[in-house]
Design a protein around this ligand. Structure first.
Ligand code: FAD
Ligand code: NAI
Length: 468
């Protein structure tokens, strides 16, 4: 079969690329090695983790805040198999949605491992061993990533696990150690801590979510300890994890070389993700992978060193986020028909779905200082928000960073209720190069959490927030 485009991988990068290619009139096929479409994001990432975060948040609220609201419950308990079954159902609905979209857009979707025979031929090896060859004018590699492993830890997938297995534990563990205070560690740690597990996080760096503005990590750590009892061991380098029967022992050294030893029912290793290129046969077409990060090198058009072969999403440099992968899929598709799309990588928001949620876009204070850019900062705490008081979600703040001379917004960093949704306003404002004063003068419905963004912008404009 001759195609204009063959996409390898059906995650948010791959499926969006395929759909956009088809919309633009290109004859398109997708090859996916898993049984269902949607990649890490839909199967074992964004969607199932958010399903469990929602369920566990309901439980936590029922156990800890309902009584204050005047709602009394008797015999509250967690039904873990049901919680997992609901999560599986949410995943199934989403992956079935991709199958439907492939059909609707007349995309040929094939299940099997995709590998290069040459730059215009992709071999599909199916589960039963049969093969099929697809001829393509262009190939888009969207093979994503897999959990990074520490060479000295054997992930037995039973007691020492990655995020994938952590989405399927069919009991509430009594204790859990999480290696890595990054996004996965804190989201999945929150799920289990809310359900009653005693969670300990061991982090190598002095700050959790260290790539975000430092104020956010500090506040999140404080709140997670206070509200969920999560224990943090910062500045600790993990040296080993071993499972014996049902007990895992994790060892780590602090900055002075003193050893910490923690025992738990489960240990989640969440120390990042690594680009996935195994089995693709990149050597057959002359694409070389650098050892560091194992990412596929691409130019600004996301084209590899081989003309007509593109790579997008987690498998190339940049943030490992679903929406970044989606935007790159769209970019490549539109380029193929001669359009001139553009991605502003500075304006890709980052979100951590803990409670309170954390969200960020643009430059952090650290980056502005490093680059010698003069800026002003305005903050507004949720404890001064009427809406937050009504919902008892008063932890956190919104910070707006604006250019000291032009007042253009350069970064927005928030931790608080529904920050994940609120960050969209900041992204949009920055796409249109709004000033802090622009936001200060825009009407925001009362009472909403979004008023805190306006107040932070007022504070940044000339220190004229009204409610603090
Ligand atoms: P993937 O989604 O990884 O898809 C790649 C696909 O390619 C896979 O289905 C794989 O089977 C297939 N494949 C690989 N090799 C081959 C081959 N040779 N032949 C055929 N198929 C192949 N990001 C967010 O933005 N928001 C979140 O809330 C979020 N939560 C996450 C939670 C967890 C627990 C995890 C692990 C990740 C989360 N992420 C989140 C990250 C997000 O999942 C990834 O950034 C995103 O999935 C990357 O998309 P992709 O298309 O590049 O790759
Ligand atoms: P991460 O890079 O966010 O965090 C890993 C953490 O582990 C870092 O803080 C690092 O310092 C620490 N670490 C590394 N080695 C260590 C060691 N030996 N001992 C102790 N600590 C160590 O990676 P994570 O959390 O695994 O997530 C992977 C990717 O998945 C991220 O890039 C993220 O973008 C994506 N993701 C996004 C989500 C979202 O958008 N909400 C949710 C979950 C994942």
């Amino acid at each position: 079969m001759q195609y204009d485009v063959v996409v390898i991988g059906s995650g948010p990068g791959g499926y969006v690329a395929a759909i956009r290619c088809a919309q633009l009139g290109l004859k398109t096929a997708v090859v996916e090695k898993y049984k269902t479409f949607g990649g890490t994001c839909l199967n074992v990432g964004c969607i199932p983790s958010k399903a469990l975060l929602d369920s566990s948040e309901h439980y936590h609220n029922a156990a800890h805040t309902f009584a204050t609201h005047g709602i009394e419950l008797k015999s509250l308990k967690v039904n873990m198999p049901q919680m997992i079954a609901r999560k599986d159902d949410v995943v199934a609905q989403n992956t079935a949605g991709i199958t439907y979209l492939f059909k609707k857009n007349k995309i040929d979707a094939l299940q099997g491992l995709g590998s290069f025979i040459d730059k215009n031929t992709v071999l599909v090896t199916k589960e039963d061993g049969s093969t099929e060859q697809l001829s393509a004018k262009n190939v888009i590699i969207a093979t994503g990533s897999k959990p990074t492993v520490l060479p000295f830890i054997n992930i037995d997938k039973n007691r020492i696990i990655t995020s994938t297995e952590a989405l399927n534990i069919k009991e509430v563990p009594k204790t859990m150690v999480i290696i890595g205070g990054g996004v996965i560690g804190l989201e999945l740690g929150s799920v289990y801590a809310r359900l009653g597990t005693k969670v300990s996080v061991v982090e190598f760096l002095p700050s959790i979510i260290s790539s975000m503005d430092t104020g956010l990590g500090k506040e999140l750590q404080r709140v997670l300890k206070k509200s969920l009892g999560i224990e943090f061991y910062m500045n600790h380098k993990v040296t080993g994890a071993t499972a014996k029967g049902k007990i895992v022992t994790v060892t780590a050294d602090d900055a002075k070389g003193e050893e910490l030893k923690l025992s738990a029912d489960y240990c989640i290793v969440a120390v990042g993700r690594t680009a996935y290129t195994e089995g693709l046969g990149l050597d057959k077409i002359g694409i070389e992978i650098t050892e560091r990060g194992k990412k596929i090198p691409v130019n600004e058009h996301l084209e590899t060193s081989v003309p007509g072969v593109y790579a997008i999403g987690d498998v190339v440099a940049g943030l490992m986020l679903a929406h970044k992968a989606e935007d790159e899929g769209t970019l490549v598709a539109e380029q193929l028909v001669g359009q001139k799309p553009h991605i502003d990588y500075n304006l890709i928001p980052g979100v951590v779905y803990t409670w309170p949620e954390v969200a960020s876009v643009g430059k952090t204070e650290e980056q502005l200082r490093e680059n010698g850019i003069k800026y002003k900062s305005g903050s507004f705490p949720f404890k001064a928000s009427g809406r937050a008081k009504a919902s008892m979600d008063t932890d956190g703040f919104i910070k707006v960073l604006a250019n000291a001379e032009t007042d253009e917004i350069l970064g927005v960093h928030m931790i608080g209720p529904r920050a994940a949704d609120m960050i969209a306003e900041a992204v949009l404002a920055m796409e249109f190069r709004a000033s802090a004063e622009d936001i200060a003068r825009v009407s925001h419905a009362h009472p909403t959490y979004t008023e805190a963004f306006r107040e932070a912008a007022m504070a940044a404009t000339d220190n004229r927030a009204i409610h603090i």
